[in-house]
Structure formats: C-alpha cells, structure tokens
Design a binder for this molecule. Structure first.
Ligand SMILES: Cc1cc2nc3c(=O)[nH]c(=O)nc-3n(C[C@H](O)[C@H](O)[C@H](O)COP(=O)(O)OP(=O)(O)OC[C@H]3O[C@@H](n4cnc5c(N)ncnc54)[C@H](O)[C@@H]3O)c2cc1C
Length: 374
C-alpha cells in the first residue's frame, strides 16, 4: 500500500508495478491526486546541488524523466537553470561547479554576456556572473500527475481518492505493520510506503516513530501568458528568488518570505509586491505584467534539507518517502525507483540513497544541502 497520491506515491506505484502484480498495489489519497505540494510546485528539475547524495540521485532522476516522458508521452523542456550571482557568491559556486562536474553534471561559471544571449532583456548590472546548468529542465506537474494516474489505472493499480489514513496498525508483537485505519474503514497491508507529504509525521507517530519533518509555508505566483522571452529558470541567489516562463507562457515567480516551520500556509498580501520588486530590477518590463494567480504550499523540511528514504528500523513493513525540502517534484522518478527497490529487494539500488535513511538523524550523520531555492 502507498499512502499519498503526490509525485512520490505515484512514481513509487509506477516502479512497483513494473516488478509485481499491479493489482496488488493500492494507493490511497486523502483528497484528490496531486492536491498536496505536487500541483503547487514550480516545475523545476535540476542536478546542480551541493552534496554527492543530491547530485547523484537527481542526475539519475533526470535520466528517468527523459525516459519516462518518451514512454508515457508527457512534456519536458530542457531550458537549463541560470544562477545569477554577486561577486561574494562566486568562490562558493566555483566549488559547487567542480563538485557537479565530478559527478557528470556539466555546470560552469559564465559571464554576463553569456547570460544576455540566453535572456536578452535582462539587466546585466544586477549580477556579477552566473552558474549555468544546461541539464536542468521543466515538466508540467498537472500533465505528469494525470498521465501517470491514467497509466497506473490501466495496468490495474488501485487508486482510492478521498481516503484518509488516520493511523498505521501493528501486529500484537508491535513489530510488523499489518493494516491502516482510514475514514472508510480498516485496510490490511503487508508493506506500507508513507509518501504523505505533510501528513507523514503524524502517521509515523501513530507507530511511535519520530521523524524530523516540518512543513514550511511557501508562496508563488503566475502571470498571464506572454510570448516566449527566455528558456532557462533564473535564480537570483541574493534574494533567494526564481522566475521561469511556463510551458504556456506565464511567468512563475517564487521568492523567499520569512515564515515559521509548522506555520499555516495562508495568503500574504506582501508577497506580490515583494516578488514583483525583485524581478523588476532584472527586467524593466516586469512591473507591467499582469498577475493571474497567487497560491501557497509547503516545503516539507528536514534538518539537513535532504529527503528521508527507506525502511523504518524496528517497524517492519513501513517505508518512508518524504521530507523533500523543496525538491520532491524533481526527485519523483528516482524516489519511486529507490523506494520500490527497497520494498522488493531490501536495497535501494543506488548507494547514496542509503545515507538518507531516518536513522541518520539519531546517528548524527546529517548531510547539509546549501542550494535550497525559494
Ligand atoms: C511553491 C512551491 C514550489 C515548489 N517548486 C518545486 C520545484 O520547482 N521542483 C521540485 O522538485 N519541487 C518543488 N516543490 C516541492 C514539491 O512540490 C514537493 O517536494 C513534492 O511535490 C512532494 O511530493 P510528495 O508526493 O512527496 O508530496 P505531496 O505532493 O504533498 O503528496 C502527498 C499526498 O499525501 C496526501 N496525504 C497526506 N496525509 C495523508 C493521509 N493521512 N492519508 C492519505 N493521504 C494523505 C496529501 O493529500 C498529498 O496529496 C515546490 C513546492 C512548493 C510549495
């Protein structure tokens, strides 16, 4: 059984269905498919991170994204990422770039003229140089979610929406999981993948497991559609903000606003002027764009900004795929791969994934990711 119908749960079902009888797989979702963070995300996929774990996993995820978009027929656009940097950021990003290159991600530091060729209307006075990641890309979360759901149903995977799991149930020795309680009754299950985003922490608590997962409210907007002005996703590292032109031409803008973990994601009217002010400095046309929609969502954060993967020690049959700290969409395919391998083979199939198990927090083996955006 998989709890959670976001990108992580769906890709886990996809990879499991390649190996076991799809009719034995049940995915339950408390609301509608994609209703958690997945359909609120900014569409970005990249491998330009600052740890071996993230770079290796994301690179593999990108390979799956390419393969699966061909196989399942969904849109992917490789526009790259451009990290706009100030003088004081350059030394750190030169080091990150060396690390990327070591693991086969061909980023490099580029000058302002290079950026102006990719983004002709940008104000070059606003940055000193940039890091270019040509592997990075965008997908369309709505299309991916719906394509995957249709495909999974066609193979026989059972998907049950509006079914909320309220707790996991252990056997009488309290060693193995044997069922879940839902708002629609108890469902027996031998193996349970908890890919429930913001709901993960409470479900684990129901079997006495404490996971350091904290929801952090995030803000994002999209403008009306305009003709295509540039392909890459741009990051202003100084303000921790990003802008990307969507598949349909609207500009998606995310920018960091001070928020508390575990606070509620409520609309803040100060978000729109904040985001517009940042990007108006880079583009003189930006104050004139029409904002179409503004929404909020959560990053589910961990203390080291890496996900929690794999089996839970001491509770046989429970697996976690959560805590993506703002990177769960791009990790979706590789999350599905490593989680399905863990369930079926007892091994994730990618060595670096083992460093991301829950036990790292009690053993003090944290791996810090520095390139978290938004
Ligand atoms: C503004 C914003 C921008 C983002 N941009 C990006 C980006 O560009 N790239 C990127 O990679 N990531 C991005 N992210 C992060 C990304 O959206 C998440 O990391 C990812 O969607 C997590 O997917 P998931 O399937 O693990 O969780 P979710 O999509 O949250 O899915 C979990 C599901 O579990 C369900 N659920 C919860 N509790 C229960 C329960 N008890 N019973 C049954 N079902 C339950 C929820 O309803 C939900 O649908 C962004 C997030 C936000 C908010």
């Amino acid at each position: 059984m998989i709890v959670g119908g976001g990108i992580s749960g769906l890709f886990t079902a996809y990879f499991l269905a390649n190996r076991v009888d799809p009719e034995k797989i049940l995915l339950v979702e408390r609301s509608y498919i994609g209703s958690g963070s997945t359909l609120r995300c900014a569409t970005g996929i990249r491998a330009s991170f600052t740890t071996e774990e993230h770079i290796v996993l994301m690179k593999r995820s990108i390979e799956y994204w390419l393969e699966l978009s061909r196989e399942l027929g969904f849109y992917l656009r490789r526009g790259g990422y451009v990290w706009l940097l100030q003088e004081e950021h350059l030394d750190a990003f030169k080091e990150y770039s060396q690390l990327h290159n070591r693991f086969g991600v061909p980023t490099r530091i580029v000058d302002r003229e290079f950026v102006a060729e990719l983004v002709p209307s940008i104000n070059q006075d606003m940055f000193a140089a940039a890091l270019h990641d040509p592997l990075a890309m965008q997908a369309d979360p709505f299309e991916v979610i719906h394509t995957l759901t249709r495909f999974l149903k066609s193979t026989g995977v059972k998907i049950q929406e509006f079914t909320e799991v309220t707790k996991l149930v252990l056997d009488h020795e309290r060693k193995n999981v044997e069922a879940v309680v839902t708002n629609k009754g108890e469902i027996p299950a031998e193996n349970i993948v908890v890919a429930a985003g913001t709901g993960t922490k409470n479900l684990l608590k129901s079997v006495g497991v404490d996971a350091p997962l904290e929801p952090l409210p995030k803000h994002i907007l999209i403008t009306m559609r305009y003709r295509r002005l540039f392909d890459p996703l741009l990051i202003d590292w100084a303000s921790n903000s990003y802008i990307v032109q969507s598949r349909y031409g609207g500009f998606i803008v995310g920018a960091e606003l001070a928020e508390n973990t575990s606070g509620e994601a409520i609309n803040r009217i100060d978000y729109m002027p904040h985001a517009v002010r940042i990007w108006s400095k880079f583009f003189k046309w930006f104050p004139k764009v029409y904002i179409l929609r503004y929404w909020t969502g959560y990053y589910v954060m961990t203390p080291d900004h890496h996900p929690v993967y794999g089996p839970v020690e001491g509770v046989d049959g429970v697996y976690i795929a959560a805590g993506f700290s703002g990177h769960g969409f791009m990790l979706g395919p590789v999350t599905g791969y490593v989680t399905s391998r863990w369930v079926i083979d007892g091994d994730p199939g990618i060595a670096q994934a083992k460093n991301l198990m829950l036990a790292r927090f009690t053993m003090g083996r944290l791996i810090r990711e520095k390139a978290v955006i938004g």
